[in-house]
Design a protein around this ligand. Sequence first.
Ligand code: F6P
Length: 341
Amino acid sequence: MKIAVLTGGGDCPGLNAVIRAVVRRGEQHAHEVMGVREGWRGLCDPPLHERLTREKVSGILHLGGTILGTSRTNPFKKGSHEQVLKNLKALNIGAVIAIGGEDTLGVATKLHGLGVKIVGVPKTIDNDLSGTDLTFGFDTAVGIATEAIDRLHSTAESHKRVIVCEVMGRHAGWIATHSGIAGGADVILIPERPIDVDKVCDHITNRHRTQNKNFSIVVVAEGAQLGGQDSKVSEKLDEFGHVRLGGIGQTLADLIEKKTKFETRVTVLGHIQRGGTPTSFDRVLATRFGVHAADMVARGEFGQMAALRGNQIISVPLAEATKQLKTVDEKFFSVAEVFFG
Ligand code: F6P
C-alpha cells in the first residue's frame, strides 16, 4: 500500500522521530511511504511530495523541526478539500498518517468523514489534545522552560527583582504549570484561571516582607487572560481562526512594578520552546507513536489516533481526541498552589 505522511501546524521537537518510525515500520509492512510537504498545503493543488525511504530518514531522529516542512493551511477554509481528495486519488494514496495538533487532526477527522483512510499522531508542545495522556514535544518544551526559570532565579536574586517569564500555552497552561512546579516559581498563571493582579501583587509583597525574600519569579502562559481578554500581537486570524498571542508578560510586569514598587523585568521564551533537539523522552514517545501509527494502517484502524494511556500506546477515535481540548485540571493545579498559596 502507498501511504502519505504529513506534519501540520506549529512544529514540535520529535516530528522527525515520528516520520522515521513511520518509514521504518512501514517498510516492514511493505508500505511505500510518501512524504507530503508543508502539511495540508502539500495536498492542495499542485501536490508537493517525495518518496521517503530508510536512507532518506537516516540521521534525523535527534533533529528538531520537521524534514517535511509544515503550514497552518486549512483545506476546508480555502474550499480546497475536494482538491485534496482528487490528489490522494491521483497519487494512488491508500492511507494518510497526519501528525498534528487540534487543527491538523480536526481536518483529518473531517476528511475521514469524507471517506479518507486516515490515522492521527498527537503533536503539540502545549499538551492540550484529549484522548492521550501526553503529546510528544511537551517534555522538551517543559525542560527548556524549566532551565530558563532556573537561570532567571540567580539574576532575579542578584538584582532583587521580580522576573515575569512568559511561556507558550494558547488554551492550556500545561507548560506553565509543569515548568513552574519544576522551577520553583512563586506565582503560576494559566489560561484556565483569570489573572487576579491584586492577588499576585499581595502574594509577592508578602513573600518579600514576611519570608525575607527580595526576588520573585512569576510564570505566565501566553494565553492567560487579564480582565477576560487575550493579549494579542495582532488581530489577524489564521486559517483556523486563531489570533497571534503575546504580550501578557510585559503587561503583567508593568502592573506588578506599579503596584508593588519592586523593579520588574520580563522574559518571553517564545519559539525557543519549540526549536531544537527533542529530549530522550520525546524521542521514545514519538518513535512509539510512529510505529503504532504504521501498525494502525496495516490493521485498517482508520479514523483513529495513536495515544498514550498510562504506559501503553493505544488507538482512540480521532473524533474523541479533537472534540474538546485537554486543559489543566484543578487537582493537578492544586499541587502547584501549595507553593504560592
Ligand atoms: O500550538 C503550539 C503553539 O506553540 C502555541 O503555544 C502558540 O500560541 C502557537 O503555537 C504559536 O504559533 P506560531 O508558530 O504560528 O507563532
